[in-house]
Design a protein around this ligand. Structure first.
Ligand code: AMP
Length: 467
């Protein structure tokens, strides 16, 4: 199937061919015609399926077909795309800019953690498509810097993650600022009762769009594991990168400290590397990602949370330098490669402490991960498993998603923090927490269930649109 048959305009088709896309992905095939018809949709699609273009392309076309209305002499926001994290917002913004090269529309990305004033200024100049994280959008609305009363199309992207991150009240507050008559598109990877309830209140007779879950069933990703002693992982990694001449490798560590340390060591080995995690400034994160995308650095070492939502075209190699504590995170990690039409490889370096985690992952995948063994790097059988250290953060009490690692000894006294990124991760409701979009807001009732305080976004940019 080609893009021509979906009813897309010549301007959009031109932008797509410039981008090098030849065929729509399944979610694009299903969603684009509905959106162009003006229908609400409820789409089940994860990052990596091409979902961003599935809503962006028809929205740009619909807006481009009709001239911008004028409300009180101003150009109002016509499409609002709500997304949970800064990096997703920035990436959607980039896509909007690319796809609208031949359409005269203005777009703007707003999120917290950066100065609000330039955002206010740009909004005053008139913006057609606004991509926002909920916290900053509400801040802007409170300061009367944004008028949402003429929004024609609303997108709720990654709705399940928004709920997980405790954004439900913010979403409801945003809804009150929108006109009742509008087109609404909701995207979510999962369908809990909570998501269904949200959809019921938000969508009008929605068309349902479903694509196969993108997980490790994807044959596009070749997975393998190498059992190796902890102390020799870095040597083995350097060897693999050099020997196979890997040019763009995303490497996962469990902690920020581990990410820094590994990046330093790889640099010493002559392999250009940078670490990306929650303690890095926004500027440093943006720079590291840009350098990585442009091939100026070969290795990006990231923690789980920092890597969420990273969109890197054709990423060929993902390495689990340390296995994640929670098996589902393995799926997220390796989903960074083999995206859309590309193929990729995921290598896990597994020491004796992590054998239980490896078994958990294989149980989740319902298949074994093939082992490779480079001569000279076989593990020393006399080394016994030790507790897995989790960085300096502490997690007292709160429920664990994955439970104790089996196979490894019990957790050490250092405590447990998945990313050790920032506050609000200790199972207690913090007094104030930093929202994922960086704005400091009062804690809501109850601690957000999963990703509170995951302020380790990695990509910034408050950019205005093309024209
Ligand atoms: P998304 O699920 O929106 O995060 O998209 C995943 C990746 O697939 C992004 O890097 C897109 O640029 C890319 N992509 C989206 N649609 C297509 C397509 N039709 N053909 C090839 N690549 C695509």
């Amino acid at each position: 199937m080609s893009f021509d048959s979906l009813g897309l305009s010549a301007e959009i088709l031109r932008a797509l061919s410039e981008k090098g896309y030849t065929e729509p992905t399944p979610v694009q095939q299903q969603a684009i015609p509905y959106v162009l018809q003006g229908r609400d949709i409820m789409a089940s699609a994860q990052t990596g399926t091409g979902k961003t273009a599935a809503f962006t392309l028809p929205i740009l076309q619909l807006l481009g077909q009709n001239p911008a209305p004028s409300v009180k002499g101003r150009r109002p926001v016509r499409a609002l795309i709500l997304t949970p994290t800064r990096e997703l917002a920035a990436q959607i913004g980039e896509n909007v800019t690319e796809y609208s090269t031949h359409i005269s529309l203005r777009s703007l990305v707003v999120f917290g953690g950066v100065s609000i004033n330039p955002q206010m200024l740009k909004l005053r100049g008139g913006v057609d498509v606004l991509i926002a994280t909920p916290g900053r959008l509400l801040d802007l609305a409170q300061q009367r810097a944004v008028d949402l009363s003429a929004v024609e199309i609303l997108v709720l992207d990654e709705a399940d993650r928004m709920l997980d991150m405790g954004f439900i009240h913010d979403i409801r507050r945003v809804m009150k600022l929108l006109p009742a008559k509008r087109q609404s598109l909701m995207f979510s990877a999962t369908f809990s009762d909570e998501i269904k309830a949200l959809a019921n209140g938000l969508l009008d007779n929605p068309a349902s769009v479903e694509v196969a879950r993108r997980n490790t069933a994807s044959e596009q990703i070749t997975q393998f594991a190498h059992l190796v002693d902890k102390k020799r992982k870095r040597e083995l990694l350097s060897y693999m990168i050099g020997h196979h001449d890997w040019q763009q490798v995303l490497v996962f560590t469990r902690t920020k400290h581990g990410a820094n340390h590994l990046a330093e060591l790889l640099n010493k080995d002559g392999i250009t590397s940078a670490a990306i995690h929650g303690n890095k400034s926004q500027g440093a994160r943006t720079r590291a990602l840009a350098d990585f995308k442009q091939g100026k650095i070969r290795v990006l070492v990231a923690t789980d949370i920092a890597a969420r939502g990273l969109d890197i075209d054709l990423l060929p190699h993902v390495v689990n330098y340390e296995l994640p504590q929670v098996a589902e995170d393995y799926v997220h990690r390796i989903g960074r490669t083999g995206r859309a039409a590309a193929t990729g490889e995921a290598l896990s370096l597994v020491c004796v402490d992590e054998l239980g985690l490896l078994r958990d992952i294989e149980r989740l995948l319902k298949k074994p991960i093939p082992r490779i063994a480079l001569p000279g790097y076989e593990p020393d059988p006399t080394i016994k498993a030790e507790p897995i250290q989790q960085g300096r953060g502490s997690r007292s009490g709160g429920p664990s998603r994955g439970g104790a690692p089996r196979g490894a000894a019990p957790r050490g006294g250092a405590g447990y923090s998945r990313d050790a990124n920032s506050g609000g991760r200790d199972g207690r409701a913090p007094e104030r927490r930093r929202d994922n979009d960086g704005s400091s807001r009062p804690a809501r009732s109850g601690a957000p269930r999963r990703a509170a305080g995951s302020s380790s976004s990695s990509y910034a940019g408050n950019r205005s649109g093309n024209k």
